[in-house]
Design a protein around this ligand. Structure first.
Ligand code: URA
Length: 299
């Protein structure tokens, strides 16, 4: 862990009781008794939709002898469940929304692990989601090797009028390999590659079907060919920030597992049938659970 990058000026006072930490968007605070039930957290799994979080938690509970499922009371922003050592939370769509969830979850995990750097580093983080494939057909599961923005540069944020804060978007290679190894026998294609996080579903993903459109078929294909020739396998909306923040604190185990809903070289609209979409979404969950089973349950 990179302790110098952890906001000790604020977080240490939470540990010594000088003040509490209010995880406002999750509707809980460090002084809430509900958090005592989460002390043993070993993994944090995030996904865009609250419905998926509930399904994941129920499935993980069943795999763990119908372990109790703890639900946070507030659900109007993010849906949260905890069961059998795994904290599941939704993050909404896009990096502004997901960064709120991730910052509050990182603070929560710091509190739960009492600031113990070794204990913090044991925690595995994952995002499971959907994406547009770049030369990959719908239904391919991509385990990201690196998260980049639409210009193939890492995540950064404006530093007022003085340039930008830059982040490292790489995902730990050992975890990428371990996720793929845990899925050696699955019935869907699983690959690793770079992932672009667009700040917009339409404009920063170079779609032609937005209400606002600046691209032509030629400029769209030229961008897609450029990113493909630079090793990009898929496009989603959160990974560059997620890897950037987790690297900032120095976590060593985290992954992003996203199914492709379509091949962007062939179109922009998601036209897969409900049955296909269900299977696509299932498969990224299967890939995550195979890794969780091997890493947490030794199965
Ligand atoms: N999610 C995205 O961000 N883009 C896609 O094309 C599909 C899912």
């Amino acid at each position: 862990m990179k302790t110098e990058n952890i906001n000790h000026a604020f977080l240490d006072g939470v540990l010594d009781g000088s003040h509490e930490d209010v995880y406002y968007h999750f509707g809980v605070a460090s002084s809430d008794p509900i958090l005592a039930e989460l002390r043993d957290v070993k993994a944090v799994v995030v996904a865009g939709s609250g419905g998926r979080i509930k399904e994941f938690a129920d499935r993980w509970s069943r795999l763990n002898g119908d372990a109790d499922v703890v639900a946070f009371p507030k659900e109007d922003r993010f849906v949260t469940r905890y069961t059998a050592g795994v904290l599941f939370a939704s993050h909404g769509m896009g990096m502004p929304s997901a960064s709120i969830a991730l910052q509050e979850l990182m603070r929560m995990v710091f509190f739960l692990k009492r600031g113990d750097l070794d204990a913090l580093d044991e925690v595995f983080w994952a995002r499971v989601g959907t994406s547009g494939g770049v030369g990959l057909p719908g239904g391919t599961v991509v385990v990201s090797s690196e998260g980049l923005m639409a210009d193939l540069k890492p995540y950064r944020l404006l530093k007022g009028g003085e340039g930008e804060y830059w982040f490292d978007g790489r995902f730990p290679a050992a975890t990428v390999d371990a996720v793929i190894a845990a899925n050696a026998d699955v019935d869907f294609p699983i690959v690793s590659g770079k992932t672009i996080a667009g700040n917009e579903f339409f404009l920063e993903q170079f779609r032609l079907d937005g209400a606002v459109c600046f691209e032509t078929p030629e400029s769209k294909m030229s961008w897609l060919r450029w990113v493909q020739s630079n090793g990009v396998a898929n496009i989603e909306m959160e990974g560059a920030m997620l890897a950037g923040y987790l690297n900032h604190w120095g976590f060593s185990k985290f992954a992003m597992i996203c199914t492709t809903l379509l091949n962007r070289l062939e179109g922009d609209q998601v036209t897969a049938t409900p049955e296909q979409l269900h299977k696509f979404s299932e498969d990224s969950g299967v890939a995550l659970f195979n890794y969780l089973k091997s890493s947490l349950l030794g199965k």
